[in-house]
Design a protein around this ligand. Sequence first.
Ligand SMILES: [Zn+2]
Length: 120
Amino acid sequence: MPESKTYHGQCHCGAVQYDVVTDLGSMGDCNCSRCRRLGWVLQSAPASQFTLTSGADNLTTYRFNTENIEHQFCKTCGVESFARGRDGKGTETVMVNVNCLEPPVAVDRSTIKHWDGANW
Ligand SMILES: [Zn+2]
């Protein structure tokens, strides 16, 4: 089991910055209409483990389909570095875009989980 630690994430221009405590133990991608366009790699974490340290006023929210997930992207550079939602128990959850972590994290796409979001 990988160890939990604090990772730093940010959008491309750096306006949006955050810290998240996670073990990156359940990284995944998704084939829904939005995720397949983005090609992002997700890691969910309880919202209590996530701290937005910069850029709250530089975020725009996009919702689609069931509108349960708040896709948050930077008004300046357009990068979605995280999204907010709730897990099956109603706990506030953050989905971090692993590709936005700095320093970069190696992602082996052959071992990550593949969510069938297209057929939910
Ligand atoms: Zn930005």
